[in-house]
Design a protein around this ligand. Structure first.
Ligand SMILES: [Zn+2]
Length: 229
């Protein structure tokens, strides 16, 4: 009997402590916007598809490097991340049942993956190229019929402008499969123009790539923080 009373007293004391300190009992990370958020990163191209190129500088290598660094940064601050690829390969061979060419198989596999993962956001990473060498600067595309995607594009575009100081572009709706066919908020980020000589040199630079990663992270963070309010 004596023992039962002691146990009860201990239980009541524990319960009392919980009731007295409800906020102090919350872990510090409860207010961090990225904690347990699921983010899919989609480095474009890969394997036999180099994407845009300039000499030895290949879009597929740049965006894989950005994707891996972004993954590490997100995981380090509590997010759960998925990558559509983490090596130099495309996804066409994972989709043999789909008709059509290699590019179509690759893109549709990426769409299937993000719809399977159902992340809070999809970040598709690309490098721009155009016939004229004069254009430069990052450009973010969003899903035309998805306000959350548009808002994410706004926060990432703003962060890219602030960190890289290379653009006053505004986000645009994009007609890309990873945007039109994703069931969750998705954006496609063209981080710069490989067709512009100065920007190509920057895209080849590790420090500049880290700045791009930081800007994308900051934009995503601001979007998640706004939706937490
Ligand atoms: Zn691309």
């Amino acid at each position: 009997m004596q023992r039962k009373i002691s146990l009860l007293a201990v239980l009541m004391a524990l319960l009392g402590m919980q009731l007295l300190v409800p906020t102090a009992a919350l872990p510090a990370y409860a207010s961090l916007p990225l904690f347990t958020r699921v983010i899919a990163i989609d480095p474009g191209h890969g394997g036999p598809d180099p994407g845009a190129t300039r000499g030895d500088l290949l879009e597929k290598d740049i965006v894989l490097d950005l994707g891996l660094e972004l993954r590490d940064l997100l995981q380090g601050t509590g997010a759960i991340t998925y990558l559509t690829r983490d090596t130099d390969t495309d996804l066409a061979d994972q989709n043999p049942q789909v008709s059509g060419g290699r590019k179509r198989k690759d893109i549709l596999r990426r769409v299937d993956l993000v719809n399977e993962w159902q992340p809070d956001a999809v970040l598709s990473l690309h490098v721009n190229a155009i016939g004229s060498s004069r254009w430069r600067g990052a450009q973010v595309f969003y899903q035309a019929d998805n306000p959350a995607s548009e808002e994410l594009a706004n926060t990432i575009q703003a962060a890219l402008a602030k960190v890289l100081k290379n653009t006053n572009r505004m986000p645009k709706p994009g007609d890309y499969r990873i945007l039109t066919d994703s069931q969750v908020p998705a954006v496609l980020i063209e981080v710069g123009f490989i067709s512009n000589p100065e920007e190509a040199a920057l895209l080849a630079n590790a420090d500049y790539r880290s700045k791009i990663v930081w800007a994308i992270y900051l934009g995503l963070y601001n979007w998640l923080a706004a939706s937490c309010r």
